[in-house]
Write a protein that binds this ligand. Structure first.
Ligand SMILES: Nc1ncnc2c1ncn2[C@@H]1O[C@H](COP(=O)(O)OP(=O)(O)OP(=O)(O)O)[C@@H](O)[C@H]1O
Length: 363
């Protein structure tokens, strides 16, 4: 990576007895869309605030464009934040809300008008300058908040769950718009969400957090296909997670059978967890199945059926199928070696990367 725009180096933060950031290391490249994804209370907002300057760190260093900024006050940092509740001024109209930062800087009136017009255009609100905030929909308020942030021409935009107040349809539309805006402006976005689908859809890179720790970072595809542990596998999408044993390189045993897989680099007979995504399982005849299951229930999800089934050992399975299968029928389930993903218990991201590298070079 060229010089990162943001670097957090061994950053920790506590409130009283509770450590909310534990030795965070993070590097962000300029011009990309990053997402912090994790459950409530995992420390996402706190990371954002160490970058915006609204929170000081107890240990470690925060760098922006190569400069250490631990002591730099928020108003001198080249980042702007878009908040979940938009934090608009209800007594000002749209124009004045968007112009606010420039007015504080005593920018000339003509330039303010030019820049507000351009910022409103960027978020598809041309002609809304005279509207009162109370006359706007949730999505429009959200866009005003974004216009107010981008008008300051920050090098980076921090977005703290900006879509969470919107209904499902508008939220989807805004996902497209935000992604498109980021690409058009070319500035770095650091976006917070606890919605895994949103993170997968929008990001160049995702950081999955839990309990003050970054568990895994990577592209959406990497994280979806190669979750490093139970928490990530469960949090990112639907999964079947089973206990298994790695018998040798490329051979894993679970549900009492041995299967060829693409994982290696573990001790022989090491206990592991096996992840299989519902969409990677295919329903077939009992004779052709690698497993045999009984169908419990199914839900029609629009473009597929989500099928719950149980195997003869009592393990529950979730399977996505484009065809409906009658309840209580016995069917076979098949899958390929690369549909099996093996995870070590409590593997760190470094160990995981090292293991991936070992068997990638073996091939
Ligand atoms: N000013 C504060 N004083 C004390 N504790 C705080 C403070 N700010 C945050 N915390 C605690 O730090 C932890 C992490 O909070 P943070 O807001 O970073 O989580 P989050 O992942 O952004 O959660 P959410 O998705 O709910 O916004 C929480 O347990 C929270 O209660």
């Amino acid at each position: 990576m060229a010089q990162p725009i943001v670097k957090l180096n061994h950053v920790s933060k506590s409130y009283g007895d509770s450590t909310v950031l534990k030795d965070i290391n993070l590097e962000l490249e300029a011009g990309k869309f990053y997402t912090l994804l994790g459950p409530s209370g995992s420390g996402k907002t706190t990371i954002l605030q160490t970058i915006s300057g609204f929170t000081s760190v107890d240990a470690g260093d925060v760098y922006f464009d190569g400069q250490r900024i631990n002591e730099l006050p928020p108003n001198r940092r080249k980042v702007n934040t878009v908040f979940q509740d938009y934090a608009l001024f209800p007594n000002m109209n749209v124009f004045d809300n968007v112009a606010f930062g420039l007015t504080l800087q005593n920018v000339k009136k003509a330039e303010i008008t030019r820049r507000v017009t351009s910022a409103l255009k960027s978020v598809h609100l041309n002609g809304y300058g005279n509207r009162e905030i109370s006359e706007l929909s949730g999505g429009q308020k959200q866009r005003v908040a974004i216009a107010r942030a981008i008008i300051m021409e920050p090098k980076m935009l921090l977005l703290d769950e900006p879509l969470s107040a919107l209904d499902a349809k508008l939220r989807r539309d805004m996902q497209y718009e935000l992604r498109e805006l980021q690409q058009r402006l070319g500035i770095t976005f650091l976006f917070i969400t606890h919605d895994q689908e949103e993170a997968l859809a929008m990001s160049d890179e995702i950081f999955v957090m839990n309990d003050g720790v970054i568990l895994q970072s990577g592209t959406p595809v990497d994280i979806y296909d190669e979750p490093i542990n139970h928490f990530v596998a469960n949090f990112i999408g639907e999964s079947n997670i089973l206990n298994g044993v790695m018998r040798e390189d490329y051979v894993v045993e679970f549900v009492g059978k041995r299967f060829e897989c693409e994982d290696a680099g573990m001790r022989p007979n090491e206990p592991v967890e096996v992840v299989m995504r519902p969409e990677d399982l295919t329903i077939t005849t009992v004779e052709n199945g690698k497993l045999v299951v009984t169908i419990d229930t199914q839900l029609f999800r629009g473009d597929y059926y989500e099928i719950a089934a149980t195997d003869d050992d009592g393990n529950e399975w979730l399977i996505h199928s484009t065809n409906s299968v009658p309840d209580n029928s016995r069917v076979g389930v098949t899958f390929a070696p690369n549909d099996i993903h093996v995870m070590r218990f409590n593997e760190s991201e470094e160990d995981f990367d090292a293991r991936l590298e070992t068997y990638e070079t073996d091939d």
